[in-house]
Design a protein around this ligand. Structure first.
Ligand code: HEC
Length: 398
């Protein structure tokens, strides 16, 4: 079992690296095409107009000059070699699912949900509930876009409401960390499903009608455009959610649900600013709104010690004795980090605390996890108080 766990950890490394690289390729291409679309200018040259070019621009990059041209609907003659962009999206989603299986589903107990609350639910069922939520989000969103195809405002309002409902549901079912991640995964699934079920099939339809010499129905282009605009606004919220397991102070906060909404909202607002800026519209208000949302989130997540104004005289908090540190670790860490843990099935990362020497040996790691990143105790499932956190991190400080 030890070996098996180690193999899983190594696979996590591979899946995470693949996921990040493919994600960069996908988001990079997607940002580039949004930028491109927004910077195109009507061509002046007669030969371009005659060819049906609707917009073009000049760019310089990596020692060469580039001159992309955009054709509205399609060019008169299909080129022999046409480049498609979909593997970036599919491989990001697929590697994300593998990573989800290896982390939050394989170790669902403690990582995904709090076994103290859902004590009689099977960890497997809890783990696989994630897939039901991913599927529900997509079908709900897709239905909204189809039923209200031409009422963009209504689609926006309903989509935001759907995301809020999904986040609340995840919040009730999972730990803070799990809920943030699954909510992000729901949005990311919608993004990839948009590419897989709507955008790419639409492009294939257009090409088929062209090959048959039929006139092209503009509905495919319109549908694809709507979904791709939505994807643009989902990108930053998804990236925030995907990185959130490094932000223990946010995912562990009592206000974590509100903070999730505000941080995701800030992401969408920042994206809006850039989309408008590409079009030459400067709207600094979007920045101000984003900064307000982020600041408010940080204030809401601040530990009680900051709001209480502890140690205003600048004195260091009293250093606790070794046996007090051990008793904090026993109560707040050992439910997971011990040879026979109660909150997880196996001690995470093989990290076992038993006596004073075992915690002294891991001092700097304890300081980092408890005092700096505040990721431990995971999801604060053991309800460590702010005072205990302060005391233990002061004790462990190198
Ligand atoms: C609810 C279970 C749980 C509790 C309680 C818990 N941990 Fe952890 N701990 C984990 C898990 C799971 C991981 C692996 C995290 C990961 O893979 O992201 C971990 C990892 C760690 C690591 C290694 C981090 C790394 O990235 O190498 C340290 C150090 C740690 N915990 C310290 C503590 C301390 C100190 C406490 C008590 C204050 C504590 N943990 C309480 C579940 C827990």
């Amino acid at each position: 079992l030890e070996l098996w766990n180690y193999v899983v950890e190594c696979l996590q490394v591979l899946a995470r690296c693949t996921h990040i690289v493919t994600g960069i390729a996908w988001i990079g291409a997607s940002f580039y095409f949004v930028w491109l679309d927004d910077h195109l200018e009507k061509p002046a040259a007669e030969d371009l107009k005659a060819k049906g070019v609707d917009g073009e621009l000049w760019a310089v990059h990596g020692g060469g000059f580039y001159n992309p041209q955009k054709y509205m609907v399609a060019p008169k003659n299909l080129p022999d070699r046409l480049h498609w962009f979909y593997w970036e999206s599919y491989s990001t989603w697929l590697s994300g699912v593998v990573l989800l299986l290896l982390t939050y589903i394989y170790q669902a107990k403690g990582m995904l949900y709090d076994p103290q609350i859902y004590s009689n639910v099977s960890p497997t069922a809890m783990g696989f509930s994630v897939f039901a939520i991913l599927a529900t989000s997509w079908f709900g969103y897709d239905a909204i876009c189809r039923f209200f195809a031409h009422r963009e405002k209504l689609v926006t309002i309903l989509t935001v409401s759907l995301i809020v409902a999904v986040a609340v549901f995840n919040h009730l079912l999972y730990t803070g960390r799990g809920a943030y991640l699954v909510t992000g995964a729901c949005l990311a699934t919608i993004m990839t499903a948009n590419v897989f079920f709507v955008i790419i099939p639409g492009q294939r339809q257009v090409i088929q009608s062209m090959k048959r010499g039929e006139s092209v129905d503009p509905i495919y282009g319109q549908r694809g455009k709507q979904r791709s605009v939505h994807n643009t606004y989902f990108t930053l919220p998804v990236i925030f959610a995907m990185l959130s397991n490094h932000f223990g102070q946010l995912t562990g906060s009592d206000h974590r649900l509100l903070i999730l909404f505000m941080m995701m909202g800030a992401g969408a607002v920042v994206r809006r600013y850039f989309v408008l800026r590409h079009k030459g519209v400067a709207s600094p208000w979007y920045w101000i709104l984003a900064i307000l949302l982020v600041t408010l989130s940080f204030v809401l997540a601040s530990p009680a010690s900051l709001t209480r104004g502890a140690n205003v005289d600048g004195s260091a908090p009293q250093r606790i004795a070794d046996d007090v540190a051990l008793s904090i670790v026993r109560e707040r860490c050992m439910p997971c980090h011990s040879a026979q843990p109660t909150l997880v099935s196996l001690p995470p990362k093989g990290l076992v605390f038993s006596d004073l020497s075992s915690i002294q040996l891991k001092r700097s790691q304890i300081y980092e996890q408890v005092g700096v990143t505040k990721i431990m105790p995971l999801g604060n499932l053991t309800h460590m108080s702010d005072l205990e956190r302060e005391q233990l991190s002061e004790w462990a400080k190198p």
